[in-house]
Structure formats: structure tokens, C-alpha cells
Design a protein around this ligand. Sequence first.
Ligand code: 13P
Ligand code: SF4
Length: 315
Amino acid sequence: MKPSVETLAISDSIRVLKERKNAIILAHYYQTPEIQEVADVVGDSLQMAQHAAQSTADIIVVAGVYFMAETAKILNPTRKVLLPDLSAGCSLADSCPPEQFKEFIKAYPGSPVVTYINCSAEIKAMSDVVCTSSNAVKVINSIQTDKPIIFAPDVNLGRYLIQQTGRDMILWDGSCIVHENFSIDKILDLHASYPDAKFIAHPESQPHILRIASYIGSTKGMIDFVKRDHHHQYIVATEAGILYQMQKEVPHKLLIPAPSFEDNACSCSECPYMKLNSLEKLEACLADETPEVHVAQPIRNKAVLALDAMLMQTV
Ligand code: 13P
Ligand code: SF4
């Protein structure tokens, strides 16, 4: 669909503001197409963190959710980090309150703590190493211990990691509202209509969904897979925003969003937090240089060690 005249005007204004203020926009694949179009980088959580760490821009605007902006601030504290809507949270991050997690890890003395990047700065500060869905298997395999590995907050990713690595892991019971909402019955019905389609899924999905997947990976992993794979049709189980970049990469292939329990118009899954961002909020945030995201120094000092431990493995 062609962008409207209004959309083009706001996009131009955002580009001018970026240039004037030496700002960059880091956008997640789940953002709307018009936000992805004005972004300097569109990527998964790992790519966003890597770019945030290396950026020399004066202002980093995170078109994503709160934990992504916090991560950017932790990795590059002298930059101004902006998030267009401060209420863009994450059900997964919210499912792991710091006080409860502190008690949880106390029960397993000596166990290494690995946390998925979708968590608060306080949780990262209690971790030995952070991971994303792109590098989680590698991070778990790199840990040398005879104790069980504590993993939080995503129980579905945790179960997938146990299956992939065979490691002894203790899992926090958190989940993502988007990836827990895929309907196996509707997916199987859809597959009956498209018998040639391969089913691919994000590891935040539940085990019974992952069991029927031909490929499991991060958002970037899923895009790379459809690029290199020789099939022509895919049912894609992750947030529907990914389809914009994916379709750009494989314009000749048919991409079908996996259906969720809700009977919404497109029968696809959207993250209500990611979708709080808009082009208008992005423009206002660049113009006013607010809302800014801050991380308290003592938390930052600890959280950066866990993030650096991940980034050192990934480069
Ligand atoms: P990745 O893009 O790193 O796979 O993460 C998916 C997600 O749910 C981000 O909130
Ligand atoms: Fe959080 Fe899920 Fe939304 Fe990602 S898709 S931001 S994990 S609620």
C-alpha cells in the first residue's frame, strides 16, 4: 500500500530532525512499515543492542519497547536515549519483578544466572550473562558449571534451550502475550489450505507450536531462513510486523501470518506494546528530545557486565 501524503510529510520531517540533531533511529522488526522506513537500522534485539553499543550519534531513538531503550542506555550511557512512548513495556519483562527474582536466585547458590534480554535493567544487573533469541543456544553452551543454570524470564525459550543443549536449567515462569496466543488448531486448518507452506516459529512460542515447526529462530533468523530456503510459501509464527521486512527480502514468496486465538480482521498477531509507537510520536520525540530513558548508575554498572559478556561472545 502506498503511503499517504501525510505519512510522507511526517517522514520527511523526521529525516530532517535526525540530520539536524545527529540522531539515529533503531527500530525493531515489529514496528509499523512507516517507522521501519524512516529507521537507520531495522533489526532484532541483538542487532539493536550491537548498534546501540557502537553508535556515535548524539541521540539514539529506540523504536521498540522499554527494555530495548534501557539496553541502549546501559551500553552507551553518554548518549541521550529516547523512546517515543514510555508506556511501551513488555509482558515478558513485566513477568519478572526484581524482588521476586532476587529471592528465586537465592534458592540456588552458585548457579549461574542467564537472562533473556527481554527483562528490566534490574534483572540484567542480577545476571551473569544476557542472551537474545539469536544467540541463546551459544550462550548456554558456553557456560561451564556443574550447577543448574538459572534462566529467566521466558519459560518457552527456556524449555527450547533445554531441548537444544541438554543442560540442566531452572526456569522462571514468564511468557510473551503475543507468542502464547497462537492457535494450533487454526494453524493446522491454515496449513490444510496451504499444504506446500513451511511453518516457521519464534522460540517464545509454546512447545506444542514449536513441535510442528520446520524452522525455529529469532526474528532475524526467520528472515535469513526464508531467504536461503528453496520453498515458496511460509506460515510465520511471530509478531506480524516482521512480514514487512521479510516480504522485502523475498518479494516472490508467499508469507502468511500464523493465526492467533482472536478472530481479528487479519487473524494475525500484533504486540500492543510495540504498536504504541507511531510516526507522530517519533516526530514529537525527536523535536522535543523527550521522553528520555535513564538507568540508575549502580544498576547500570552491574547490568553492563552481563550485556558485555553476551556481546563479547557474539562479535
Ligand atoms: P528478537 O527480535 O530478538 O527475536 O525478539 C523478539 C521479541 O519478542 C522482541 O520483543
Ligand atoms: Fe514483549 Fe512479546 Fe511484545 Fe516482544 S512481542 S515486546 S516479548 S510482549
